[in-house]
Design a protein around this ligand. Structure first.
Ligand SMILES: Cc1cc2nc3c(=O)[nH]c(=O)nc-3n(C[C@H](O)[C@H](O)[C@H](O)COP(=O)(O)OP(=O)(O)OC[C@H]3O[C@@H](n4cnc5c(N)ncnc54)[C@H](O)[C@@H]3O)c2cc1C
Ligand SMILES: NC(=O)c1ccc[n+]([C@@H]2O[C@H](COP(=O)([O-])OP(=O)(O)OC[C@H]3O[C@@H](n4cnc5c(N)ncnc54)[C@H](O)[C@@H]3O)[C@@H](O)[C@H]2O)c1
Length: 478
């Protein structure tokens, strides 16, 4: 058994863990990352990157098919093997040598194996070959173990060997038919990707699609999935799943039966915290690890949790944002530097609460940030909802013939600032950062009139939203 001591132990080497360690090292600490699988985690190998690579080629082809001049030049069909080869390049063929090299370059040590907290400031790592390493932290342990796909207790589902997002994003060939249980981000993105490959897709959602977003997002994505040839069943409860050889049968509460080659279960995530030794320090295994806004676990001045495992926001960019705050505050507290933990300070993840951007890479894309109308009302804001058709901007009409899209802006009527924005339409992903800046910066609406969008870009939507809201009358000086 080997023993080692570091200022910081990071348990889990996904995107979030890497960033916690990096910031702490930049702040003058020593750090080690413990990783059981691949350095880089879910996002690099089984989530964000491979899923976007699977989606992109068919999206480009569809856009070209709708563009006179380009459409005439298309002479063939989607080359699925080429798409899979490009996906393989994005995942480095599931080899983490590049990310290991990055850790080395950043001055971060790596211990491979399954880590478990074994007491205050202590993590015991068991490698695949049984080698045990006991790590002691001088200052902090950060838990960044991520999340797993949930397999809900639907009769027969677990036995039917369903695909989760892991199998779906790492496919080696494309199934002829596919059932997808779920109506959230993974379900709609995977339905779009596989429909693009020509797979016969049936999506089974127990309520609507993308129900956490503005209602028109799920409606537009559902309509477009149907146009892509998918069957979209909403308000449909899955009651039983059976596998017979190469066929999976999904039964629904309304008496329906769907048969397919494979079934994807995309019904949310659970924290990877059931086997990380939480019980040794009085915490509950299997639960989300609650934190304060500096990502510290309340009651434990040495323990931090960051990224998916906290359940705060299950997105890579937001986890990395938390990681920057956590790594910096661990270093600041360890070295006695000034700690800035008030709202929007250096060492807090304030944006997690009401300023989270997200892009769902369906076709149309859904790009949103901040609060929806429903969430703003729930939070007690007095709001005004401003809607505008994206297709009515000159930029959109040049971008694609028949461009269809919607934008919604939620205004806080008391402060006259923007609380939330949702765009649904082709290629709206890049619009969301401007909205994020406006929300985080709390830019007053009357000042926004001076942020002139270039003509003819889709960003002219900002001017149209402001015009729809109305320009405030100048107040006469007394
Ligand atoms: C299909 C899909 C697509 C997605 N697409 C996007 C997207 O486009 N954009 C976006 O922002 N987010 C996306 N997400 C969400 C994103 O993948 C997660 O938010 C992100 O990966 C979380 O990062 P993390 O570092 O917290 O966890 P992870 O990436 O899961 O990393 C945790 C690491 O800890 C390791 N680990 C766990 N337990 C132990 C242990 N006991 N000992 C040692 N190591 C351990 C794991 O092996 C893993 O490497 C997607 C998710 C899915 C499922
Ligand atoms: N582009 C992106 O940013 C992106 C892409 C994929 C995933 N993600 C992240 O990954 C996380 C996981 O995505 P997800 O789609 O699995 O979760 P989700 O929370 O977005 O959606 C879960 C879906 O499953 C349904 N569901 C839950 N329990 C069910 C049950 N017992 N039976 C039937 N349906 C059930 C819900 O109604 C919902 O439609 C999300 O939080 C998301 O933020 C992000």
């Amino acid at each position: 058994m080997e023993k080692k001591e570091y200022d910081l132990i990071v348990l889990g080497g996904g995107a979030v863990g890497e960033n916690v360690a990096d910031r702490a090292v930049q702040g003058g600490l020593t750090a080690v990352v413990v990783e059981a699988e691949l350095v880089g985690g879910e996002c690099s190998y089984w989530a964000c990157m491979p899923s976007k690579a699977l989606l992109r080629s068919a999206q480009v082809l569809r856009a070209a098919r709708h563009m006179p001049g380009a459409a005439e030049a298309i002479t063939g069909e989607l080359d699925v093997d080429a798409v899979l080869a490009r996906r393989n390049a994005f995942t480095s063929n599931w080899d983490d040598a590049g990310q290991v090299g990055w850790l080395e370059g950043a001055g971060i040590d790596l211990v491979r194996g399954h880590g478990r907290i074994s007491g205050t400031k202590e993590v015991t790592v068991t490698a695949d070959d049984g080698t045990v390493t006991v790590l002691t932290a001088r200052h902090a342990v950060a838990v960044t173990t991520g999340s797993d796909a949930v397999i809900p207790p639907i009769e027969g589902l677990a036995e039917a060997r369903p695909w989760t997002s892991r199998e779906a994003t790492s496919i080696k060939s494309v199934p002829e038919s596919l059932a997808i249980i779920g109506g959230g981000v993974v379900a709609t993105e995977m339905a779009t990707a596989f429909a693009g490959f020509g797979t016969k897709v049936t999506l089974i959602a127990r309520s609507g699609l993308l129900t956490e977003m503005e209602p028109f997002a799920g409606e537009m994505v559902g309509a477009s999935l149907r146009e892509l040839g998918a069957t979209v069943l909403t308000d449909t409860k899955t009651t039983k799943v059976t596998r017979d050889g190469d066929t999976v049968t999904v039964e629904t509460a309304d008496g329906g039966t769907i048969t397919a080659g494979e079934v994807i279960v995309a019904t949310g995530r659970s924290p990877r915290s059931s086997d990380i030794g939480l019980e040794t320090v009085g915490l509950t295994p299997g639960a989300w690890l609650a934190t304060d806004d500096t990502l510290q676990v309340p009651g434990y001045d040495w323990l931090y949790a960051v990224g998916d495992v906290t359940g705060r926001v299950l997105l890579t960019h937001q986890g990395k944002y938390q990681a920057r705050a956590a790594g910096d505050v661990i270093a600041a507290r360890a070295t006695g530097a000034v700690v800035s933990d008030g709202p929007w300070g250096t060492h807090v993840a304030t944006a997690d609460h009401e300023a989270v951007p997200q892009v769902t890479f369906t076709d149309p894309e859904v790009a949103s940030v901040g609060l929806t109308a429903a969430a703003a009302r729930r939070a007690g804001y007095e709001i005004r909802v401003v809607d505008y058709e994206l297709g009515w901007t000159a930029g959109a009409s040049v971008h694609a013939d028949g461009y269809t899209g919607k934008a919604r802006m939620i205004v806080d009527e008391k402060r006259k600032v923007v609380l939330g924005v949702t765009f649904v339409g082709p290629d709206v992903a890049e619009l969301v950062q401007a909205a994020t800046m406006i929300i985080v910066g709390e830019v007053p609406l009357d000042r926004l009139w001076h942020a002139v969008p270039a003509y003819p870009t889709i960003s002219e939507i900002w001017l149209r939203l402001l015009e729809t809201y109305g320009r405030p009358e100048p107040v006469r000086a007394k």
